[in-house]
Design a binder for this molecule. Structure first.
Ligand code: C5P
Ligand code: MG
Length: 220
């Protein structure tokens, strides 16, 4: 994926992509709610491109020579939100590369927006979203999943101390963005406690209600 070389230039007066041309679905939910797991299923059946903001940030963090590496590392370990300019530029670059190289124009943007300012800035300058797929899961279930994942993920934030901070950020900083979209009638909420396959059945049904159906052919 292309890296961020510099912060974005002057603000655009309209989004780079229009909602008629490019489909953006934001995938939200607490840490460990199963966003990545469900996105992988949707990619296989629907042909979406899955872009995880967290994965893009970790990639940039590890890119030799990145001027943002140290900063990203700090925010991720503390479970706080990286300044929007960096994350938005990474997502935009990944979208543009996907459109140019793969010709795909349907995106699941996972773990984004995690803060109100990110939501507004992205929709004003990159692409308006179609709706928000929100995975609703109690903290005790998410915590157990994250601690389990931490045994093998190698992630600096899948430990009890970081998880606690991530939950706090989710409630205080990320939920207001979900609440904002809820008021606009844009949130598709799915309970995410059951097994991945059971949750996925509900996801498919709810996407259909929003006019999105899987083509007959599989994508992988
Ligand atoms: O989504 P994921 O759990 O992979 O995100 C890991 C971390 O990346 C978050 O806890 C946060 O520090 C950072 N992040 C961010 N802004 C986003 C997505 C992730 O700052 N939109
Ligand atoms: Mg994830």
């Amino acid at each position: 994926m292309p890296a961020v070389d510099s912060l974005p230039g002057p603000k655009r007066s309209k989004p780079l992509y229009s909602a008629d041309d490019v489909t953006v679905i934001f995938v939200l939910g607490g840490p460990g709610a199963g966003k990545g797991t469900q996105c992988a299923k949707l990619v296989a059946d629907y042909g979406f491109k899955h872009l995880s903001a967290g994965d893009l940030l970790r990639e940039e963090q590890d890119r030799p020579g990145s001027q943002f590496g140290e900063m990203i590392k700090h925010y991720i370990r503390e479970g706080t939100i990286v300044p929007l300019e960096v994350t938005i530029q990474l997502v935009e670059n990944a979208m543009t590369a996907t459109i140019e190289k793969e010709g795909k124009r349907m995106f699941l943007i996972d773990g984004f927006p995690r803060k109100m300012d990110q939501a507004l800035a992205f929709e004003a300058t990159v692409c308006p979203s179609r709706f928000i797929l929100f995975f609703d899961c109690p903290e005790d279930v998410m915590q157990e999943r994250l601690l389990n994942r931490g045994k093998t993920s190698g992630r600096s934030d899948d430990n009890a101390e970081s998880i606690k901070k991530r939950f706090k950020t989710f409630i205080e900083t990320s939920m207001p963005a979900v609440d904002y979209y809820e008021k606009e009638g844009k949130v598709v909420k799915v309970k995410a406690v059951d097994s991945p396959d059971e949750v996925y059945e509900v996801v498919k049904r709810k996407l259909k209600e929003r006019g999105i159906e899987a083509p007959k052919l599989k994508f992988v």
